[in-house]
Ligand binder design. Sequence first.
Ligand SMILES: *Cc1c(COP(=O)(O)O)cnc(C)c1O
Length: 223
Amino acid sequence: MSLIEQRLGEIKQELAAAAQAAGRDAASVKLIAVSKTQSIDAVRTALGAGQRAFGENRVQEAQSKFAGLRSEYPDLELYLIGPLQTNKAEAAVRLFDVIQTLDRPNLADALAKAIVKTGHTPRFCIEVNIGQEPQKSGIAPDQLGEFLNYCRKLGLQVEGLMCIPPQDQDPAPHFRALRDLAAPHGLKLLSMGMSGDFATAIACGATEVRIGTAIFGKREKII
Ligand SMILES: *Cc1c(COP(=O)(O)O)cnc(C)c1O
């Protein structure tokens, strides 16, 4: 068994244990394997082990890695989890099943246009700057309601919220804050939790965890 296969198995067990400890069904938490900077071979190994949901940070990198795998794996699901520039909206809409970094009105406009033009209809999560950090992307928590209305008027299919909590703080209060923001708006999906904190995120209600390093090992480049 390869290392990637072994780690995937371990993560799935840890995920199930965290779900069980929270009184939740393991099937209520989706594992997104974050393959940014990893090779096609690494992705193929994960596919061979049954993994189908993958997260990438950059449109071009995802295109070069996954465009050819789609026909081989029709049930493959591709998530964009990195910042998106408006000039790449069309390419993103063509490639990704889910875009989790919807975070500003001009991006929503560009995505709505791209959907009309291409006929592709990805689903969305709105990224929230849950720790209100000046350098981070994401909509401010107190602007979520207004932004969500804006996106819905444009016809974007917004299903949930995504966040990356501040690095040197206990993530639990931030995860709970995201959960509490989502509920009153009827948003069911919570994309939160990475290699270091996914068990905490699951305890706080995560429905999707985004895990890279713990599956694929250390990334060579930092992006
Ligand atoms: C890289 C990345 C991850 C995965 O991080 P790991 O610590 O490697 O699990 C998750 N979410 C986002 C938005 C990322 O950029």
